[in-house]
Design a protein around this ligand. Structure first.
Ligand SMILES: Cc1ncc(COP(=O)(O)O)c(C=O)c1O
Length: 401
């Protein structure tokens, strides 16, 4: 069995100029925006008491994003907020003046006009963008990488978007969608990753993800947990990880939780950068075959990379069996705990945590992280069964794919 790899972060620090992207007042704006949606409700934070005991931890909390707006994943938080901020900018307003009912009004549509939003996606981000475009009465074009399942494509088509599965990987689809956006009149690229020269929209997307971290932090408080000691967060391009890390670094500047980034081994670009140690951004290319579809991205978000370099404790590269184990453990936790329906990309961090706590070969990492009976660990199950057939094959069928 392939083992989990990890790299402790020894990269040189930078000026940390991107941390302000996740300033708490920006995140509060995003949260107020999301709360204005009729579909909004806070997603559950599930406390796994018995599991915590079994793993040798004090507390374990899992934020269940399968309940987000009926879309089965957290991703819509980013695309919707970025689209709102873009529209606000175009019509000369602040996003706080454009809650859902104003944003979807005929009046605003007339002022803003007809646009086409472009994006590339493994599934969840594109579904969120298509959903938001549909609500706003705007057009949407979505490119999906090869290997994408028909179910994921159908979910996006159902939102009225034009969507296709291409013969290219995720990062290549991003470039293609960007070219199309540039060639289209009033075409706007809404991508959940940043590169040199494309930073504004991805920064807004990250702020949108901040809603999830802000909710979790408040829910921890309701449980009487003042602050998590450890946060495990999964990464594809790292926008989510940068958002979550950024939020907690801003929220607890004096005593931030230790953040551990978990990637799919086949696409572990952030881990690769940390293992190299110079701070230079590293790329993984090729087909990046993994069950963790949402994490199969090989080119890091440049804004996030800066935040992660300055704050993350360790980077973990997890083989597929780790995600499959996490899915099963969350579906059937210790008696007395509530189950969580967690998909491949959603369960990878929990799978990694369980291995670190239970397997001798990861004792060194466990000790390095200081994970013990006093630890309060927060994890995000970022998707439910977004690929239902594969979910059943893994959780019911006992397969690893
Ligand atoms: C369910 C899920 N979790 C996590 C991620 C990772 O987010 P990021 O690409 O910002 O690192 C994705 C990305 O698509 C996803 O779909």
């Amino acid at each position: 069995m392939e083992t989990i790899k990890w790299a402790v972060n020894h990269m040189p620090k930078t000026e940390d100029s991107q941390l302000k992207v996740m300033a708490l007042d920006e995140v509060e704006k995003a949260r107020a925006f999301h709360e204005s949606f009729p579909q909004y409700s806070i997603t559950p934070l599930v406390k796994l008491d018995k599991m915590a005991g079994r793993l040798g931890l004090k507390e374990v909390y899992v934020k269940d994003e399968s309940y987000r707006f009926g879309l089965n994943a957290f991703k819509v938080l980013g695309g919707s907020f970025a689209m709102a901020r873009y529209i606000a900018q175009q019509v000369g307003k602040d996003v706080s003046e454009l809650p859902y009912n104003v944003l979807t009004s005929d009046e605003l549509r007339k002022t803003f006009g007809q646009a086409t939003f472009f994006t590339a996606t493994d599934g969840n981000h594109g579904r969120g963008v298509a959903w938001a475009a549909n609500k706003l009465g705007q057009k949407c074009v979505v490119l999906m990488p090869k290997g994408t399942t028909q179910t994921r494509l159908n979910n996006i088509l159902a939102e009225g978007a034009q969507a296709t599965i291409e013969e290219y990987n995720y990062d290549e689809c991003v470039r293609m969608a960007n070219d199309l956006a540039n060639k289209t009149e009033h075409g706007i690229m809404v991508q959940d990753t940043a590169w040199d020269g494309y930073e504004e929209i991805p920064a807004w997307i990250m702020q949108g993800y901040g809603t999830m971290a802000s909710e979790a932090n408040e829910q921890l408080d309701d449980f009487g947990c003042e602050r998590p000691t450890h946060v495990f967060i999964q990464a594809g391009v790292g926008s989510l990880a940068g958002a979550v890390q950024g939020y907690f670094a801003n929220r607890y500047p004096e005593n931030p939780p230790k953040v551990i980034v978990v990637e799919a081994e086949a696409a572990a670009c952030l881990y690769k950068g940390a293992a190299l140690g110079t701070g230079e951004l590293q790329i993984v290319d090729g087909d990046m075959v993994t069950i963790m579809a949402g994490l199969a991205c090989g080119e890091p978000n440049t804004i996030s990379w800066d935040i992660l370099k300055n704050h993350v404790d360790s980077f973990v590269a997890a083989p597929d069996w780790v995600a499959a184990r996490g899915m099963r453990m969350l579906a059937a936790p210790v008696k007395g705990d509530s189950p969580v329906t967690s998909g491949e990309s959603g369960a990878a961090p929990f799978g990694a945590l369980s291995c670190i706590m239970c397997m001798d070969e990861y004792k060194e990492l466990r000790e390095h992280l200081g994970l013990d009976e006093s630890s309060k660990v927060l994890l995000f199950s970022t998707e439910g069964d977004t690929d239902p057939e594969r979910y059943e094959s893994i959780v019911w069928g006992g397969n690893s794919r």
